[in-house]
Design a protein around this ligand. Structure first.
Ligand code: PLP
Length: 383
């Protein structure tokens, strides 16, 4: 770390610990799928995948075909579910890698079936049902609860089941608001999903892996754990809700974002700082320039709003955040030196600056902060 001016420190032991907490929440026969899309929510997909598989996860999930391919090429041989759609032009390249695809329409099923026949191998697939997320999935209209016998979704899924070359290993849905304190809509979605499974089973269709639960549902909707849970944000030690969540579950944030002081200067009152001189010092003070900017993932909207930790003390960012640098007012902290470590989020001494604090300032969620640290920030795995 001495060699870096900005870096993300990833504690893989925290990931292992969090997986243990997830294991504690779900039944022994329920499988855990580690969601490592978006480079493992910014933590490094490969390292997180390896750690998760060593500590009890049996499957992985990503959003895109390319993400699955990088894991395969790095030697990961666990089952990988691709959540998103795969463009027809990418299918040929992906088909030899033993990936599990999501099917969310009849057209897509036809494409995959044809590709499977051409490749001379069966493709493992999971069907995705939209019960109210309004995103991907066979539409189980959340507003149509009446029991019409010729339900379109049932016909479509039966048609897919009859297509050659597809092995229907799983079926799943996704909650729109399992993180809300009011679970009414989540319960509603779950009921629609279970009803559909019931109808399909009367038609003789059984799926070995039925799944619905994201982190929020792992924590708060035990009925929805079913055969497999899809653990994302909580694997990284962060809460899917903005509040503290369940006090009986100990999640340890795995990522800390750090930088270093590149220059310190004594300045008088009224000294202008950074682009646009939007900030002027109130009194004579000491400024520290640090090597982190918006091109690292430190959102420019945090200019003159966010704090960082120096010597275990919170200090304010003053003036506009630049592409590669920001400026701190360290006048209140004695003994600050050039080269000192600075925490953007994480811990330093007894002080903690949680990622949720940055998220709150930006009116967004912790997911976005960690997953948008850019590629030029080295991920460091101590220990
Ligand atoms: C991202 C994602 C998850 C994981 O959600 P978390 O809230 O991070 O646990 C689960 N399922 C699907 C379909 C997803 O896209």
């Amino acid at each position: 770390m001495e060699a870096h001016s900005v870096w993300a420190e990833i504690d893989l032991q925290a990931i292992a610990h969090n997986l243990g907490e997830i294991r504690r929440l779900v039944a022994p026969q329920t499988e855990i799928m580690a969601v490592v899309k978006a480079d493992g929510y910014g933590h490094g997909a490969l390292q997180v995948a390896r750690t998760a598989l060593e500590h009890g996860a049996t499957r992985l999930a990503v959003a895109r075909g390319d993400e699955a391919l990088s894991l395969r090429e790095a030697g990961i041989d666990a089952p990988i579910l691709v959540f998103g759609g795969v463009p027809a032009g990418q299918l040929q390249r992906l088909i030899g890698y033993d990936l599990t695809f999501t099917i969310f329409s009849r057209t897509m099923a036809e494409t995959l079936s044809a590709a499977a026949l051409q490749a001379g191998r069966a493709l493992s697939v999971h069907l995705k049902v939209d019960t109210g997320m309004g995103r991907l999935g066979f539409n189980r209209d959340p507003l149509a609860l009446d029991d019409r016998p010729e339900r379109r979704i049932q016909r479509e899924i039966l048609a897919v089941a009859a297509m050659p070359g597809l092995e229907l290993e799983g079926i799943y849905t996704h909650f729109a608001s399992a993180d809300a304190s009011d679970k009414t809509f989540a319960h509603w979605q779950f009921r629609l999903f279970m009803e559909l499974l019931e109808m399909l089973s009367r038609d003789g269709l059984h799926f070995p892996l039925r799944h619905a639960a994201n982190s929020a549902a792992i924590l708060d909707l035990p009925d929805a754990h079913l055969d497999l849970v899809r653990a994302g944000i909580m694997l990284y030690g962060l809460s899917p809700t903005s509040d503290r969540g369940r006090p009986d579950i100990d999640l340890r944030p795995a990522m800390q974002f750090k930088t270093r002081i590149s220059q310190i200067k004594e300045v008088p009152a009224g000294f202008p700082v950074s682009y646009g001189s939007s900030y002027r010092t109130m009194q004579s003070t000491r400024l520290a320039t640090v090597s982190v900017g918006y091109a690292d993932g430190l959102n420019r909207l945090l200019s003159s709003r966010v704090n960082m930790l120096v010597k275990g003390v919170r200090v304010p960012v003053v003036g506009r955040i630049c592409m590669d640098q920001s400026v701190l007012d360290v006048g209140a902290v004695p003994g600050v030196r050039c080269g000192d470590e600075v925490v953007v989020f994480g811990r330093q001494g007894a002080a903690e600056l949680p990622v949720g604090e940055l998220a709150a300032l930006l009116d967004t969620i912790n997911y976005e902060i960690v997953s948008t640290l850019t590629a030029r920030v080295p991920r460091i795995y101590p220990g």
